[in-house]
Design a protein around this ligand. Structure first.
Ligand code: FES
Length: 108
């Protein structure tokens, strides 16, 4: 099927998006560096977009990172965690269990 006029091939709805909160509370806990590290580490990963986001509603456990369309939410993410998220989740399709936000991904 031909691509609709104006749509770029890399902007399909199946692309992953990594949203890194850049609101006040997360910024106080280093989320700008988390965002910068994602941009650097995921530079060559296909079908992944890295974006700054507003508050994701998980301020007390930030920096918050949400991966769509997977709907995987990470909490207390630091720059040192980013390479593992990129290789294990974004490239290997296996979310990083110990960084899953327990409010959204409860452990039974
Ligand atoms: S400030 Fe980051 S989740 Fe609210």
């Amino acid at each position: 099927m031909p691509m609709p006029e104006g749509q770029k091939p890399e902007e399909t709805s199946r692309d992953r998006c990594v949203l890194v909160c850049q609101n006040t509370s997360c910024l106080r806990h280093n989320s700008q560096e988390v965002l910068n590290t994602f941009i650097a580490e995921a530079e060559n990963v296909v079908d992944v977009n890295i974006e700054a986001s507003g508050c994701l509603g998980q301020c007390s456990t930030g920096p918050t990172v949400r991966v769509t369309p997977d709907e995987i939410w990470y909490y207390r993410v630091q720059p040192s965690n980013v390479p593992k998220i990129v290789t294990q989740h974004l490239q290997g399709n296996e979310p990083v269990d110990n960084l899953l936000n327990p409010r959204i991904h409860p452990r039974f």
